[in-house]
Design a protein around this ligand. Structure first.
Ligand code: 5GP
Ligand code: ZN
Length: 114
């Protein structure tokens, strides 16, 4: 784990943060700068730099990330739908270099994204 990774430091508890979900593989937090009424970040406990670093061996992790996102969407009552986004690299708008899914919902999303 990179010592300076913000989300690794949250995963380990070094930086306290309210977790809306935590299991042995993934955890989820509410985004500090929400872009929708529901804006949750779902991510692995173990460091993965971005979606670009994933391999076939990560299939169980990916399944868990998606299943947890769906659970939180249901818990937050996002019956009208929701969006998952994972930014990769500078052009993708990634600002924290630890893989995370943005779960966005509670308002109508535009397309194409900015
Ligand atoms: P990215 O830009 O890498 O796709 O997403 C990183 C997200 O992390 C941003 O939406 C940003 O608002 C969020 N974020 C950055 N620092 C913190 C923090 O200290 N706490 C929380 N809860 N979210 C953060
Ligand atoms: Zn990390």
């Amino acid at each position: 784990m990179p010592a300076d990774c913000l989300f690794c430091r949250m995963a380990s508890g070094e930086i306290p943060v309210a977790k809306v979900h935590e299991d042995e593989m993934v955890f989820a937090i509410r985004d500090i700068n929400p872009q929708a009424p529901t804006h949750v970040l779902v991510m692995p406990l173990a460091h993965v730099a971005s979606a670009a670093a994933l391999t076939e061996a990560d299939a169980p992790l990916l399944a868990r990330l998606f299943a947890v996102a769906a659970e939180i969407a249901a818990r937050d009552g996002l019956d009208g739908g929701w969006r998952l986004v994972s930014n990769v690299g500078p052009d993708g708008g990634q600002t924290v270099q630890h893989l995370h899914l943005h779960l966005l919902g509670g308002r109508r999303m535009g397309w194409p994204p900015g």
